[in-house]
Design a protein around this ligand. Structure first.
Ligand code: BES
Ligand code: ZN
Ligand code: ZN
Length: 518
């Protein structure tokens, strides 16, 4: 989808479909909705007025009103998209509503469309403070990009319903505002594209996206955007002493892939990063299929385990965006990819492994493989010089039990890293909920015969025992762990997004990294 930004009157723009946002400005609990269009164009307001007067449209989030041949506009169709209550309006609602507009266009065969930048007639200053222009234009473009995707490339009866071009129309604001909108517009393209790249990887079936193939795709992306990328396999794992990662890979005929991507900021001539500048490590769980290994999973729903590499996809996507956003901070991403299979060489319950850090691990369940590959990935990232770590992983079913599918789990050993992540969330609009990983839980992974074991002794607090395991390998390095098991795959269709891979964590990771830039 090509995107354009134009500063001109929406009413005078000729397009097959013009989308404009609306809010409900009614206050009071039981008040009837009072719909206000977020436009300063009288022509647009007049065109929608008769339909709005019927009261049928309530401007709830994702609600759509479609008018053909709107009076006084050059657009062939006018789509009014609800954002919900004005009082609680968020950038995330704008992202979703922009997506809704695109998904309204697609099945109707509309190939070219425009979205009117929300203008603030109806909103008071209190709302505008939370909705800076840069974030607004950015989220519109992100939402549109996410919404444009349908996962039909493997279908022989595929009908191409792509939207070819999207124009963001903003009125002729003053120059500083135009600049802000322009910056957000460009960031939105970069971030939306990165999130879709991650989603594409997650969507791929396990027979196609093997660890080797994941390595190839990461390498191809890095070559395209000018990032350094090395892809290693079994030999390197053995050489580095990655006994935990290697054990997981052993049960499969598919060789593992250790993918290392590096972003070095290019500073102005004569400038260099301070010696003690942070180096950010992005570590991803890249299990391209998780059968559970010898502790095999039940057949029901096992097909879903192709998305067990969503954490690594998030990191690869984030690196793509980082290469384009160019923050002044060094970033290294370590992706640990393997297939967890019960082959004849598979690791077994009861085995004792030696991780790269030297810690010994008793295996109680081979289905707790994600923490094993991450253990070596986190430690390796530290040896490469990372001073701050973040990892993302579809790590535990227990996290899904605890938080459901609205919030992903977040754990951290460092208040500053956590605060930075909260800041990142306020921009990304993604939902993570912090769970504890304090010393009180240390005993949950105590082993009889080794340093630690790879599951908690009981089912209780399974997301926490997994986090406690990872914490052993992060050590004193500030670290954030994202357990995205419940949020990486959407089972429900939404007005703004189809079913399937969500691309969760890409946006937050990008912002977290940027928060370290000097
Ligand atoms: N990949 C799974 C976790 C998962 C579950 C991801 C549901 C997405 C949706 C992970 O490797 C796993 O199997 N974890 C086990 C750990 C247990 C054996 C301690 C789990 O959660 O049951
Ligand atoms: Zn597993
Ligand atoms: Zn897994």
């Amino acid at each position: 989808m090509d995107t354009m930004l134009l500063f001109q009157d929406a009413a005078g723009f000729a397009t097959p479909m013009l989308a404009v946002f609306a809010v409900d400005v009614a206050t009071g609990k039981d008040a009837d909705p009072l719909v206000a269009l977020l436009t300063t164009s009288d022509a647009v307001s007049n065109a929608a007025a008769p339909m709005l007067a019927t009261g049928e449209f309530r401007a709830t989030l994702g609600e759509v009103l479609l008018l053909h041949r709107p009076d006084g506009l050059r657009a062939e169709r006018l789509v009014v998209v609800g954002l919900g209550k004005a009082k609680t309006l968020s950038v995330d609602a704008v992202r979703k509503a922009a997506g809704t507009a695109v998904r309204t266009a697609k099945p109707r065969g509309v190939r070219d469309m425009a979205i009117a930048f929300p203008e603030d007639h109806a909103l008071d200053d209190e709302h505008l403070e939370n909705l800076p222009c840069t974030l607004l234009s950015r989220s519109i473009i992100e939402g549109a990009a996410i919404a444009e995707v349908d996962w039909d490339t493997y279908r022989s009866d595929r009908k191409d319903l792509s939207v070819h071009s999207l124009t963001l129309l903003a009125r002729d604001f003053e120059e500083t505002t135009k600049k802000e909108i322009q910056i957000g517009f460009e960031e939105g393209q970069i971030v939306g594209d990165a999130q879709n790249f991650a989603r594409e990887l997650v969507n791929e079936p396990g027979n196609i996206l093997t660890p080797t193939e994941l390595g190839k795709r990461a390498k191809a992306m890095c070559d395209e955007v000018g990032l350094k990328c090395e892809v290693y396999s079994t030999e390197k794992l053995l050489e580095l002493g990655m006994g935990a990662f290697h054990a997981v890979a052993k049960g499969s005929a598919e060789p593992p892939a250790l993918i290392v991507m590096t972003y070095e900021p290019k500073l102005e001539k004569g400038k260099s990063l301070p010696k003690d500048a942070p180096v950010i490590g992005l570590v991803g769980k890249g299990i391209t299929f998780d059968t559970g290994g010898i502790s095999i999973k039940p057949a029901d729903g096992m097909d879903k385990m192709k998305y067990d590499m969503a954490g690594s996809a998030a990191m690869i996507g984030a690196m793509k965006a980082i290469s384009a956003l160019k923050p002044a901070v060094k970033v290294i991403s370590v992706v640990c990819s393997a297939e967890n299979m019960p082959g004849s060489k598979a690791y077994k319950p009861g085995d004792v492994l030696k991780a790269m850090s030297g810690k010994t691990i008793e295996v109680l369940n081979t289905d707790a493989e994600g923490r094993l590959v991450l253990a070596d990935g986190l430690h390796y990232a530290k040896t490469l010089g990372c001073t701050h770590l973040i990892n993302a992983a579809t790590l535990t079913g227990a996290c899904v039990v605890a938080l459901g599918i609205i919030n992903a789990g977040l754990f951290s050993n460092d208040e500053d890293a956590f605060q930075k992540f909260l800041g990142a969330m306020s921009i990304s609009g993604e939902n993570f909920w912090r769970l504890p990983c304090t010393d009180d839980y240390k005993d949950t992974i105590k082993s009889q015969i080794a340093d630690i074991m790879n599951t908690g002794g009981t089912r209780w607090g399974g997301a926490i025992s997994a986090a406690m395991f990872l914490r052993e390998f992060a050590g004193d390095t500030p670290w954030v762990h994202l357990d995205i098991a419940g949020c990486a795959w959407n089972d429900e269709v939404k007005p703004w997004q189809t079913k399937g891979p969500s691309g969760i964590a890409v946006r937050s990771i990008i912002e977290w990294v940027r928060s370290f830039a000097t």
